[in-house]
Design a protein around this ligand. Structure first.
Ligand code: E4P
Length: 218
């Protein structure tokens, strides 16, 4: 499973990239607004740190505007993926951007039928939003599972399932169990994945016992 980080915060991206575990980044207008920085500068800076796919979202609502913005965003760096919403206009833009070999992440996916349409429009990634479905009492993970089954029924579907709107450690694990290709994870949750109380107590014991030997490796 690929790990993307879901943030536009450059310091967090720099720090987490040091783990060597980060395959890409996703941003959205809310995350750009939170960063307080210019979208183009932010995407350019992220692409200098992360060589894998970096999603940058369009803000136009008609396909012509999305295509125009998508081309501008893609010009920033060769690893930019243009993010478009899963709307009628968004999928027209997806189709046209894919015709000129610009990778596209179709976002705000909340149903299997939407995911099927995105695949037919040639999406590079489909982003089902797990957490936001859970928030309204539905089962976000079930959507990942349904999309996996549908996509696996057709050899010609190459769209990768990018589990988005991840809120918990369990979301990451369950998305992996359901066969999502990618999870885009907020930095806080990614850091939590490292932790287990038995790792901490086990390490404390090892270090105590080691101290008693008086030995040093270096
Ligand atoms: C990523 O591509 C999405 O924009 C993001 O995961 C949405 O997460 P949220 O529902 O926590 O805002």
């Amino acid at each position: 499973m690929k790990f993307f980080i879901d943030t536009a915060n450059i310091e967090e991206i720099k720090s987490l990239s040091e783990t060597g575990l980060i395959d890409g980044v996703t941003t959205n207008p809310t995350l750009i607004a939170k960063s307080g920085n210019d979208i183009k500068d932010t995407i350019r800076n992220i692409c200098k740190i992360i060589k894998g796919p970096v999603s940058a979202e369009v803000t136009a609502i008609n396909s012509t505007g999305m295509i125009e913005e998508g081309k501008i965003l893609f010009d920033i760096a060769e690893n930019v993926v243009v993010k478009v919403p899963l709307t009628f206009e968004g999928l027209i833009a997806c189709n046209k951007l894919r015709e000129i070999d610009i990778p596209v992440n179709v976002t705000l996916c909340f149903s299997s039928s939407q995911a099927l349409l995105a695949a037919k429009a040639g999406a590079t990634f489909i982003s089902p939003f797990i957490g936001r479905l859970d928030d309204i009492g539905l089962d976000g993970m079930n959507l990942i599972s349904e999309i996996r089954t549908i996509y696996d029924n057709y050899d010609n579907i190459t769209t990768e399932i990018l589990a988005a709107s991840i809120r918990t450690n369990n979301h990451v694990i369950n998305a992996a169990l359901q066969g999502a290709d990618v999870a885009t994870i907020p930095p806080k949750i990614l850091k939590e994945l490292f932790d287990h109380p038995l790792t901490k107590s086990g390490l404390d014991t090892f270090l105590d016992d080691w101290g008693k030997t008086g030995q040093k490796i270096v």
